[in-house]
Write a protein that binds this ligand. Sequence first.
Ligand code: 5RP
Length: 230
Amino acid sequence: MDARTLKIEAARVALSHVHSGMKLGIGTGSTAEEFVRLLAAEVAGGMEIIGVPTSERTAALCRELGVPLTTLDEMPHLDLTIDGADEIDPELTLVKGGGGALLREKIVAAASDAMIVIADESKLVDPLGRFPLPIEVNRFGLQATKLAVETAARTLGLDGAIALRMAGDQEFVTDGGHLILDASFGRIPDPRALSTALHAVPGVVEHGLFIDMARLAVVARAGGVEEITP
Ligand code: 5RP
């Protein structure tokens, strides 16, 4: 089975958790986009949901496919968010932000009663750290923030290159107007400690560690789809 088919299978099983009347957070990335396509077909068939997109990219796809949208300001409490991830550990701690939407993704997931993460099996890791950790930062004081992140990480024994994310020859800019540092720390044995340390750096807007947010992972493997709880 190719990667796209696996993503569609995970999205299809996640869709069985969606019911008419739900207020949904809608994630970002290629797996979340497969979910949007399946959701749009249900909406066309009469399912009544309203969605809050986690990025401009997801919003554009939803509009194109006819998935009704609102904003978190209009609807500050959601039933369920369905989103992809870059890494998933056995506790369902996630690394997210490969698509640069981590801030809105985290705000939307935090406003939801539940979060389901959808992925193909390549995203399962133990421990986290194969994928560089995205850290969203304010543009002001970029080099000072980078230095402070390096120092904070080093106190936890984490080292490794921290790179400013680029989009071609331009800085990658998030929907919120911020920049992203991709931190190749390697193994992250204590995500909570790293989360606390990163939040203590003033220029850090948010980081891509999602801790105690996902309560279910729907993971597609060649042999079938598995629902994993922490
Ligand atoms: C975007 C994300 C995505 O959910 C994550 O990058 C996974 O994307 P994909 O499904 O394309 O592998 O966090 O910010």
